[in-house]
Design a protein around this ligand. Structure first.
Ligand code: NAD
Length: 459
């Protein structure tokens, strides 16, 4: 076995959480190593956030030109697509960002060790023949699509988001199991490309983790777009048929050329030596951590999808910063789940931060709610996209902003403002006093904030 190499910080997994943790650790003067078995950038860069948004950019423009072009005074009689070019643009964007991440590792003098790492305890990590020794270890091993018994992905007819993201062909029809972020984003993409879509959700509403009003708005939009949404669906199994897949439901069956299983993700926490290192997992296999991302084992921190919470790249990155700072004794930013913005790039887009109205009431708050519909926004009218609204939830007594929910055009860009207001523990009226530029969609945030106290000006 090769001699041990010593580091201050060893990061297991080079996804968005892992490489960000490594950069912060290096900034803080730590001799840092990242161990990555596949490619730096992880799921987010290679088979998640980035490539899917590249696909959605093409499908959204294609759809808008076809469906709304005439309304905007455009004559585009032969709007079509070349899926090979859509796919190569997607791949080129990923490749460019990937090279960027590799450059960042060099810039910060972070060593990257290629291979699968396994914790041995006492700060040691084995990667093939090599043993690395570190004062602190950050586990950032991410997650993988969860499978559904009786519905085994084969990568061809029955697929997961891993396959759908990298596809170079389109089916004529697709059934999607699960209407969480993955399900509704792919439903949007396929529908915009002209594919027949059936969306099967076990619970009684789409995006069940979002505010109930948001789920209702998305359902209306999806139905208008021609997506067949089956709520409270009980999937019993699925099998390949002559022309595709048959999904057996409790009350019937759905036939489609492909089936996408999007029922959540499971943590990658098995077979990496967590037991040897004394790291405790919860019942679902996620690593238990405190708000400083410390695990139950001294010297071991964990971040990102592997610890649960919101499985989002930006949450992972923030957790990475928190862990790296804690390692050097800088306790500045504890991880607060309520400050994590949630973004879903469906059409219409969905974004939220903090508590839903129901959660706020369950926590004992008397709430005041302010709403503003995009129908009343000049900018939304100019975009030709007036569906959706802003909904703000505030404590009735103190006026403090508890949650913000946006469904509509560019919702994912808008959510940063209420997130900052929450970070500053702001009140709704303060957002109402913020002078929003005109004519922009952000005015809807100011109006919704004024609506909390019943003084919206433009509705
Ligand atoms: P999810 O947990 O968000 O949603 C899964 C959905 O599947 C839920 O609505 C659930 O009720 C439903 N479901 C579960 N079992 C089912 C069954 N047997 N039949 C029918 N429906 C069933 O998971 P996801 O959409 O797979 O996404 C995985 C993770 O990745 C999530 O944490 C998500 O937040 C994250 N993600 C985020 C983005 C984004 O931020 N834009 C995009 C993709 C994924």
């Amino acid at each position: 076995m090769a001699p041990t190499t010593e580091f201050d910080v060893a990061v297991l997994g080079g996804g968005t959480g892992g490489y960000t943790a490594a950069i912060r650790a290096a900034q803080l003067g730590q001799r840092t190593v990242v161990i990555e078995e596949s490619r730096l950038g992880g799921v987010c860069l290679h088979i998640g956030c980035i490539p899917t948004k590249a696909l959605l950019e093409s499908s959204g423009l294609y759809h808008k030109l076809r469906e709304r072009g005439a309304e905007l005074g455009l004559r585009a009689t032969e709007v079509g697509f070349d899926f090979e070019r859509i796919a190569s643009r997607r791949d080129a964007i990923v490749d460019r960002l990937w090279r960027g991440v590799q450059g960042l590792m060099r810039k910060h003098r972070i060593e990257v060790v290629q291979g699968r790492g396994c914790l041995l305890g006492d700060g040691r990590v084995q990667v093939a023949e090599r043993v690395l020794q570190a004062r602190a270890i950050i586990v950032a091993t991410g997650s993988s699509p969860r499978s559904l018994p009786g519905v085994e992905p084969d990568g061809e007819r029955i697929i997961t988001s891993d396959h759908a993201t990298l596809t170079r062909t389109l089916p004529a029809s697709i059934a999607i199991i699960g209407a969480g972020a993955v399900g509704v984003e792919f439903a949007t993409f396929y529908r915009q490309m002209g594919v027949r879509v059936t969306l099967l959700e076990a619970l009684e509403r789409l995006v069940p983790q979002e505010d109930a009003d948001v789920s209702g708005a998305l359902l209306r939009s999806f139905q208008q777009a021609g997506i067949d949404c089956r709520l409270s669906a009980r999937v019993l199994g699925a099998h390949r048929s002559e022309n595709g897949v048959t999904v057996e439901l409790e009350d019937g069956r759905v036939e489609a050329e492909q089936l996408l299983v999007a029922i959540g993700r499971a943590p990658n926490t098995r077979g990496i030596g967590l037991e040897a290192a004394g790291v405790e997992l919860d019942q679902r296999g996620f690593i238990r951590v405190d708000e400083w991302m410390r695990t139950s084992a001294p010297g071991v921190w964990a971040i990102g999808d592997a610890v649960g919470g919101f499985l989002l790249a930006h949450a992972a990155a923030h957790e990475g910063v928190t862990a790296a700072e804690d390692i050097v004794g800088r306790r500045v930013h504890p991880m607060e789940q309520e400050l994590v913005t949630r973004c879903t790039f469906s059409s219409p887009e969905i974004a939220s931060v903090g508590l839903t109205e129901t959660q706020a009431r369950e926590r004992g708050h008397e709430v005041k709610v302010g709403r503003f519909p995009f129908l009343a926004s000049g900018r939304a009218l100019i975009h030709g996209e007036t569906e959706g609204f802003v909904k703000l939830v505030a404590d009735a007594e103190s006026g403090q902003l508890l949650g913000a929910h946006v469904v509509g055009v560019q919702a994912t860009e808008l959510i940063a403002e209420p997130a900052l207001a929450r970070l500053f523990q702001g009140d709704a009226w303060e957002m109402g006093r913020n002078i929003h530029p005109h004519p922009t969609l952000s005015e809807a945030l100011g109006e919704a904030a004024l609506a909390v106290d019943g003084v919206a000006l433009n509705v």
